[in-house]
Design a protein around this ligand. Structure first.
Ligand code: ADP
Length: 160
């Protein structure tokens, strides 16, 4: 059985992340969406909120599991029985960092491969940080995120 782990900050989950997970759910037996605590990134949503939002958004996919983690990714992947790491590539600008990350993870465990998927064109420009910025300035994010995420962003920005 091929279990793939899709790690990230997901602060918050966007339609771009969902696009990647939906593609992976077709290709792999099991997809683990692993939400990193990432305290160094000072996330807008705490880990429990990010996990809860991702569970809501991805609830329609039966072979997808969502969990939070705060350890080294490779350790967490091994613990979950995942032999593949999945990352999304939006543009060339993502490539350098993703290439470095994949190389570093290979050094840590040569048996775990990294694979990349690309989203559909309309999700290519989407990032959690841009969505957070638009929402903080009271812009409409409904085209970029699930309605539950849009509500959570409104609450975060004191609009409810
Ligand atoms: P990280 O802090 O690990 O970059 P993110 O939540 O920003 O966490 O991203 C997690 C993964 O999802 C990364 O591989 C990133 O390139 C990918 N990703 C983010 N947004 C999109 C998008 N709109 N389309 C495709 N992949 C995306």
């Amino acid at each position: 059985m091929n279990t793939v782990i899709y790690p990230g900050t997901f602060d918050p989950i966007t339609n771009g992340h969902t696009d990647i997970v939906e593609r992976a759910a077709v290709l792999f037996d099991k997809v683990i969406v692993a939400i990193a605590a990432s305290p160094g990134k000072r996330p807008g949503f705490d880990l429990a909120q990010r996990v809860a939002l991702a569970k809501t958004v991805l609830g329609h996919l039966s072979n997808v599991e969502v969990c939070g983690f705060s350890s080294l990714l490779i350790e967490f992947a091994r613990k979950c029985g995942a032999n593949i790491i999945l990352r999304g590539l939006r543009a060339v600008s993502d490539f350098e960092y993703e290439f470095q990350l994949a190389g570093m993870n290979r050094c840590l465990d040569a048996d775990i491969e990294t694979v990349f998927l690309t989203p559909s064109m309309e999700n290519t420009y989407l990032s959690s940080s841009l969505v957070r910025e638009i929402a903080a300035l009271h812009g409409d994010v409904s085209a970029f995120v699930h309605p539950e995420v849009a509500s959570a962003l409104s609450a975060l920005n004191g609009q409810q």
